[in-house]
Design a protein around this ligand. Structure first.
Ligand code: 8DG
Ligand code: MG
Ligand code: MG
Length: 137
């Protein structure tokens, strides 16, 4: 690792439709084969809210409004990959459906109960699940 390397910031979005949350199996990058939330890298100049809105639109074609900070995790994947993940949360209407906009990066979207997200989970999501965060109070 070069001396200038630093952790990166990822934004993961908890999209709740009732008690179900949107997850997809990652492909093509680190964590391939694990279930993760929609999300991506915080870009220069972006707010957490803007990043959440942009990534959800890019990945699912869902237009979300007013995502709210939920939790943060610190994940060291390996010696050169270290992410701080900002989890944002938003509730969507019952009729909302997710489109698979980036099939090279995700196998498909599904709505599952928060308590029943399939394994294996992407490490930051596993850290969230193991944290004190409780989505329903
Ligand atoms: P981008 O590079 O186009 O911004 O994003 P992407 O292609 O959508 O990347 P990503 O791998 O989905 O997300 C970027 C990084 O964010 C990922 O490599 C690790 C980090 N990340 C977390 N937690 C989460 C999470 O819960 N969901 C997603 N999708 N990414 C997360 O640290
Ligand atoms: Mg993305
Ligand atoms: Mg992504």
């Amino acid at each position: 690792m070069s001396p200038v390397d630093r952790p990166k910031v990822g934004v993961g979005v908890l999209l709740f439709k009732g008690e179900n949350v949107l997850v997809g199996k990652r492909r093509g990058s680190h964590g391939s084969g694990t279930f993760a939330l929609p999300g991506g890298h915080l870009e220069l100049g972006e707010s957490f809210e803007q990043c959440a809105i942009r990534e959800v639109l890019e990945e699912t074609a869902i237009e979300i409004r007013d995502p709210v900070f939920a939790y943060a995790t610190n994940t060291v994947f390996n010696a050169t990959t270290h992410y701080v993940t900002i989890f944002m949360r938003v509730d969507v209407e019952p009729g909302v459906e997710a489109k698979l906009m980036e099939p090279d990066k995700c196998e498909g979207w599904m709505w599952v109960p928060y308590e029943s997200i399939p394994e294996p989970m992407f490490e930051p999501l596993l850290a969230l699940k193991e944290s004190r965060y409780q989505p329903f109070g």
